[in-house]
Design a protein around this ligand. Structure first.
Ligand code: HEC
Length: 157
């Protein structure tokens, strides 16, 4: 009996694991997952600096510098291939898969400028993070604002 239950559970687990690959197929899947993964990585690094700024993690100049360098490198990436036209949340079949607003691709879009602001803020962070806790704290506000400014206009709630 035990064996049987185990076998059934295993079979169910296998089916469950295999199913999403088919069911979750949608247009621009690779690009959408890449940009969301990119932002998760950015958020993770940002979180470490945030913890130091708030005193929830001991300030460590070497670690702060390394993390800030990660963010600077992220800001220097050319991500254009992750943002193909038609991969917005209103496109057919993409609801629930992306929060990218269609305004990103409008002619008057300021998304490029907002990304530049983010990249500049990561450079300022990289110049300050290893120079002491106060320097890190001074750079984190503008960096956080650069995220928020883009999300307010171009990412759905
Ligand atoms: C130039 C615009 C822009 C900037 C700058 C920006 N974001 Fe985003 N972010 C977006 C958009 C658009 C999405 C939605 C992507 C999607 O769902 O396809 C997003 C999604 C995210 C997500 C969710 C990813 C997921 O798993 O779906 C996180 C977390 C995030 N951003 C964090 C940040 C942080 C932290 C910063 C700043 C350090 C930042 N973002 C800067 C535009 C931006």
């Amino acid at each position: 009996m035990k064996m049987f239950v185990k076998a059934v559970l295993c079979a169910t687990a296998l089916t469950a694991a295999a199913a999403p690959a088919v069911a979750e197929d949608f247009a621009f899947k690779d690009q959408i997952e890449a940009r969301q993964g990119y932002f998760q990585m950015v958020k993770f690094n940002m979180g470490v600096l945030g913890e130091m700024a708030k005193g929830k993690r001991d300030y460590d100049a070497d670690l702060a510098q390394a993390i800030a360098n990660n963010l600077k490198n992220a800001g220097a990436m050319d991500n254009s291939l992750m943002w193909p036209k038609g991969s917005d949340m209103d496109a057919d079949g993409l609801s629930g898969h992306t929060k990218a607003k269609a305004d990103i691709w409008q002619a008057d879009s300021e998304v490029g400028a907002k990304f530049e602001d983010f990249a500049a803020a990561t450079e300022t962070m990289a110049a300050n993070a290893g120079q002491g806790l106060d320097a890190l704290r001074g750079a984190i506000g503008p960096l956080g604002k650069s995220c928020k400014s883009c999300h307010t206009d171009y990412r759905a709630k």
